[in-house]
Design a protein around this ligand. Structure first.
Ligand SMILES: Nc1ncnc2c1ncn2[C@@H]1O[C@H](COP(=O)(O)OP(=O)(O)O)[C@@H](O)[C@H]1O
Ligand SMILES: [Mg+2]
Length: 156
């Protein structure tokens, strides 16, 4: 588990997302699945937004609360932002075609992964966000060699 980072204000969450984007650019061919954990308002969508901005997406980044998944194409790389908060049954993920999204080179950012049960792609990296007074706290845990490479590229 990484050191706990204190993200002092929304700009810090955005900056961490951008830093993650830079690390992902160093691994263009890898399929990277990132779980974003944390209570409502912890900054999961903000982090995903920073990552997408860092990857060059300049349009809107709506929360996928109702659509479940928002697809992006950032310079040829497929990035899928999911929010499973409103998923009724983990089996709905099959209708969503979750396995087809998890192709080589794709990046999956998944809010509320707990809702997906064991139908979900396993994570390469888990990010844990929490409300900490006016700020947010963040820890990251690599779960695969790919996840470790992302973390290494962030600190490099
Ligand atoms: N580091 C931070 N410090 C204070 N507020 C933050 C920070 N990061 C994000 N926020 C704010 O928290 C609110 C909720 O963020 P959001 O990303 O929608 O949370 P979640 O997706 O986890 O429900 C937003 O208003 C956002 O600007
Ligand atoms: Mg959200």
């Amino acid at each position: 588990m990484s050191e706990q980072l204190i993200l002092a204000g929304p700009e810090a969450t955005d900056a961490l997302g951008r830093q993650l984007a830079e690390a992902l650019k160093a691994l263009p061919a890898a399929r990277v699945c990132i779980y974003l954990h944390g209570e409502l308002g912890a900054g999961k969508t903000s982090l995903a937004r920073g990552l997408l901005r860092g990857y060059g997406h300049s349009g809107r980044v709506p929360s996928p609360t109702y659509t479940l998944v928002e697809p992006y194409n950032c310079g040829g790389r497929a990035i899928y932002h999911l929010d499973l908060y409103r998923l009724q049954h983990a089996t709905e993920l099959e209708y969503l075609g979750i396995d087809e999204l998890a192709l080589p080179g794709a990046v999956l950012l998944i809010e509320w992964p707990e809702q997906g049960g064991n139908h979900l792609v396993p994570p390469d990296l888990e990010v844990f966000l929490a409300i900490s007074g006016e700020n947010r706290a963040c820890r990251m845990q690599a779960r695969t060699p790919t996840g470790s490479s992302v973390l290494a590229a962030m600190t490099a």
